[in-house]
Design a protein around this ligand. Structure first.
Ligand code: P53
Length: 473
């Protein structure tokens, strides 16, 4: 029998502190990794500058000024019927340099007010501890997450906010898209995930797994401590899940795709199962990587398993066996059967159902889709409204597949939070004009605009989806 989405399903939307708050120096906030990243573009990576350099454009400094306007924004989201709102706590508002012992009261107060406002509007806050934002001081002074000291700093931050918001926040995530850094060929992922800048001549994979080990231990400790503070806490891992399909049914293409997926699964295998999978231990051994693991770490990983699996879903990939491949068995090729967005992200609604099935079968955990969406170039029409039928189509097709995963495949799904329900700064490019919102924000890439908020056509569409608990999409 088709039951549809369960009662109490968490319909909402997701953002991250640094991509919308602005107020980069308000309330004693410290400089974060996001504050030293410039504006990039579809084919131009964001520059990571040595501190804040005058004359450069840093889109996150002001973002959409949510810091001062959140009440107005939350009221608009409430109009759509949001049951939940996923955001992150800017670590730099709580511990501006990351290595202080005392927390910054003004920062704590800001999130008290924010969470109170959400509850007043009937929304459940869902909170990421580390979402591409960490104190820049931890990069310059400690080398980011390559340094074991970061574990203590992170756990202090986590425990501080767990205690402070124990009666206001129930759903938590430790590290956003912790698996993005598996791609070691860009500066962006290591820096945003972990505050790591690669050095010349070092083996990036060895660095990656050391960094990840520190984060796994920190995440597990956060889970353990969080459950002591409030046994009702639900603390999840968070991964960007993009299926990797084999290019053909050639056996070696199958193998290459499987191996490529393992580069993502290692992150969830450790956080969901509480131990390292054999394929990664073998890889370290075969490659001669020296990953420093302290006594007791394996026990921490085992005791700090997550309660649920949070994922973002945007696109799928294809891998083809590459006989010349050194680190990877396959190479990425385009999928001729799907279309891509202006930024080259391949649109694949069925991939969402596929992914939900794979995760559910692998871990048997409840899941939450905490990001999904499409970035578009958009312009208001003569009446001032954005007619975003492309977005409506994207969401409608993804919700249809998500519904099949629930109705036909029996996966346990707790909620659905489209990315950027209000236009905000793109993580990968820093653009304002890579828009995701149901609500338009009048601001362009150069930072010009009135910051006025205007509901798009999709605003009313999503309102209807929520109202019917996902029956009318
Ligand atoms: P933007 C890469 C691949 C998939 C998701 O991304 C990614 C990234 C890194 O950008 O990031 C997530 O803004 C991330 C959000 C981000 C969103 O997807 O680059 O969790 O912070 O804004 C969309 O278009």
């Amino acid at each position: 029998m088709k039951m549809g989405f369960p009662k109490g399903f968490l319909w909402g939307g997701a953002v991250a502190a640094h991509q919308l708050e602005g107020g980069w120096q308000e309330g004693g906030k410290g400089i974060s990794v996001a504050d030293v990243m410039t504006l990039g573009g579809p084919n131009k990576p964001r520059e990571i500058t040595d501190g804040v350099v005058p004359g450069k454009i840093y889109p996150n400094h002001e973002a959409i000024d949510f810091y001062h306007r959140y009440e107005e924004d939350i009221a608009l989201l409430a109009k759509m019927g949001f049951k939940c709102f996923r955001t992150s706590i800017a670590w730099t508002r709580i511990f501006p340099n990351g290595d202080e012992v005392e927390a910054n009261e003004a920062g704590l107060k800001f999130y008290d007010d924010l969470f109170d406002t959400l509850h007043r509007y009937g929304m459940e806050p869902i909170v990421t501890l580390s979402h591409f934002e960490m104190p820049y001081n931890l990069v310059t002074k400690y080398g980011g997450w390559r340094n074991r000291k970061l574990v203590d700093f992170f756990v202090r931050f986590a425990v501080t906010v767990f205690k402070r918001y124990k009666d206001k926040v129930k759903y938590w995530m430790t590290f956003n898209e912790i698996n993005n850094q598996r791609d070691v060929n860009t500066e962006f992922t290591a820096f945003t995930n972990s505050g790591v800048l690669y050095k010349d001549g070092e083996n990036r994979y060895e660095v990656l797994y050391q960094v990840a080990h520190h984060e796994f231990v920190a995440s597990a400790l956060a889970v353990i401590e969080g459950h002591k503070i409030n046994p009702d806490f639900q603390i999840g891992c968070m991964l960007a899940m993009s299926p990797v399909y084999p290019a053909t049914c050639k056996p070696m293409d199958q193998m290459a795709a499987l191996k490529e997926m393992d580069r993502t699964f290692v992150f969830s295998d450790v956080q969901c199962r509480g131990h390292y999978p054999m394929y990664i231990l073998k890889e370290w051994e075969n490659k001669g990587y020296n990953i420093k693991i302290e006594n007791g770490d394996f026990d921490i990983l085992e005791r700090g398993k997550v309660d649920y699996f949070a994922l973002s879903y945007y696109m799928s990939f294809v891998s083809e066996y590459d006989p010349e491949g050194k680190e990877h068995m396959g190479k990425e090729v385009k999928n001729p059967y799907v279309k891509a967005s202006d930024w080259g992200w391949q649109i694949d609604p069925v991939g969402l159902r596929y992914m939900l099935n794979v995760i559910s079968e692998r871990y048997e955990l409840p899941m939450m889709i905490v990001e999904n969406g499409i970035g578009l170039h958009e312009y208001p029409d003569e009446t001032g409204v954005v007619q975003d039928d492309t977005r409506i189509k994207y969401f409608s097709e993804h919700i249809a597949e998500m519904k099949k995963a629930v109705d036909e495949d029996g996966v346990t799904l707790m909620g659905y939070c489209p990315w950027g329900p209000i236009d905000l700064v793109s993580a990968s490019t820093g653009e304002m004009e890579k828009r995701y919102g149901f609500i338009y924000v009048d601001k362009n890439n150069q930072g010009k605009g009135t910051l006025k908020r205007v509901p798009k056509k999709s605003f009313y569409w999503y309102q209807k989806v929520i109202k019917t608990n996902g029956e009318d999409y």
